[in-house]
Design a protein around this ligand. Structure first.
Ligand code: FAD
Length: 454
């Protein structure tokens, strides 16, 4: 089948009308918290109400601190309300890159950081009474063509040496578990899938109930440093001795981390609900979240509402590290193609919605956490790319401990020198060369997978 033919099939499937500005999981909350209109103060100001910001605010409040959260839109507006909902540990990380950057011993600690995020979130869901359809099914990183086995096994081997506990799942076990046949074999690890909209709104509710002062529709415009940091917003100001920037992919636009992280747009599509017949024909009783070992992975999962959500496959970088909230038709088409290729028996299943969001990533793919300012009282966290559900939640605990004077060894392990990004227009050129090359290699794998099946 030619590429031309494959694309043509999909044009009818993805309709721009299906674009959801805030993602497919949640809408603007009905009880939007009022914009900051005053001059207020607290012990800590947290900027950004995603997993990182809300989790930090909750952990700080539990330690007796008075906390203000400034959010430019509403809690969950960023990646936290738009992701695929994989509560994932260390599976599929860039282990070899980690070892070459920070050495084996520190890489081991970093793997431990990723893996600790999973039980941390599982515990918090219970403690905070958040029902977000969490299914602790375990996750599978599954190949779509035999040529992916080498990469998969190598990653497992290096990961195992660093303490990343995974197990190979052969074809027989994949079929016995009812995993759709496009996914040949893989490796499995702890974790599961959840509804990220319900999770982030659960954190929001818990934070408001715990006494966190959340100001929504309140973008931080600028801040002045010193013993007291004063944050300027459109109609007010907030002051505190410490500020935490939990603004992730948006941070470069605040003039910070521009040379450390780049925002990447990640897209998603969600199908219409599968009928009972389609579901039973699919098998997949355990509903394990699946990712693939492509260079730019694909993710495929069932939701509690019996739809399929597919993400990633095609990333994009916007000149100048910008993060416009716009549709990405080309990415939705690529995801529609993946839907057809991985689930040929679901031909004709319509798309209900599509959306995009931004993650941030450093050149070394490692988390970017630290402090800045003359008094080192501006803390920041970014860079966990496609692994933020677990890690950015756990980051809340680590940041709160640090602010309370306790440095968790997991936090200590993350300190390293992040390589510098290129200035524009070199950055844009480099990113696009990398993305085009990744796409070509992944398309080659997909073509071979199709040839094998036909
Ligand atoms: C499509 C997609 C799929 C993904 N899938 C997964 C997955 O399955 N598993 C996984 O682990 N990770 C996944 N990720 C990544 C994960 O969602 C992120 O790593 C994580 O949500 C980051 O959380 P955060 O709190 O650091 O940032 P965000 O959720 O982006 O929050 C940052 C917040 O800061 C606010 N903000 C920004 N600037 C300002 C300002 N000037 N003033 C006030 N507020 C401001 C924003 O509005 C936003 O709410 C995915 C991401 C995307 C986009």
């Amino acid at each position: 089948m030619s590429t031309h033919h494959r694309n043509e099939n999909l044009i009818t499937l993805i309709d721009p009308e299906q674009f959801r500005r805030f993602g497919g999981w949640m809408d603007k909350p009905d009880d939007l918290q009022p914009e900051l209109q005053d001059d207020v103060s607290a012990d800590v100001i947290v900027v950004g109400a995603g997993f990182a910001g809300l989790s930090t605010a909750l952990e700080l409040t539990a330690r007796g601190a008075k906390v203000i959260v400034l959010e430019q839109e509403f809690a969950g507006f960023g990646a936290s309300g738009r992701n695929a909902g994989y509560l994932a540990g260390s599976m599929g990380l860039e282990f070899e890159l980690f070892v070459s950057r920070v050495g084996r011993e520190r890489a081991k600690q970093i793997v431990r950081f990723y893996d600790t995020g999973v039980p941390y979130v599982e515990k918090r869901l219970i403690e905070l009474g958040i029902d977000c359809d969490y299914n602790p099914s375990g996750l599978i990183r599954a190949a779509v063509h035999p040529s992916q086995e080498k990469r998969l096994r190598k990653s497992m081997e290096v990961g195992l040496d660093l303490g990343s506990v995974t197990r190979f799942v052969d074809q027989a076990e994949m079929r016995a578990r009812g995993i759709p046949p496009a996914f040949l074999f893989g490796c499995t690890q702890h974790g599961g899938t959840l509804d990220p909209g319900k999770y982030v709104l659960g954190l929001r509710r818990a934070a408001i109930q715990a006494g966190v002062k959340l100001y929504e529709q309140t973008p931080l415009l600028s801040w002045s440093e010193g013993r007291t940091i004063t944050c300027k917003t459109s109609h007010g100001s907030a002051s505190a001795p410490i500020m935490v920037l939990a603004t992730n992919a948006f941070t470069p636009q605040l003039g910070l981390l521009r040379d450390k992280v780049a925002p990447f747009r990640v897209s998603a599509i969600e199908t219409r609900p599968l009928s009972a017949k389609q579901l039973s024909s699919l098998g997949w009783q355990g509903r394990e979240g699946i990712v693939t070992p492509h260079i730019t992975m694909e993710s495929h999962r069932l939701t509690a509402r019996n739809t399929l959500v597919l993400t990633t496959k095609q990333l994009s970088y916007v000149y100048g590290s910008k993060t416009p909230n716009v549709p990405d038709a080309s990415a939705y088409r690529a995801l529609g193609q993946a839907l057809h290729e991985r689930f040929p028996t679901l031909r004709g299943l319509g798309i209900q919605s599509c959306w995009s969001g931004y993650v941030s990533m450093a050149y070394d793919a490692l988390p970017v956490v630290g402090a800045t300012g003359a008094l080192q009282n501006v803390l920041y966290t970014a860079g966990c790319a496609g692994h933020g559900v677990a890690t950015q939640s756990l980051m809340g605990l680590l940041l709160a401990e640090r602010i309370s004077g306790v440095e968790n060894p997991l936090m200590e392990a993350l300190h390293h020198k992040t390589p510098s990004m290129l200035p524009e227009p070199l950055q844009w050129c480099a990113m696009n060369v990398g993305l085009v090359a990744a796409k070509a290699l992944d398309e080659w794998t997909n073509w071979r997978a199709l040839q094998r099946r036909n």
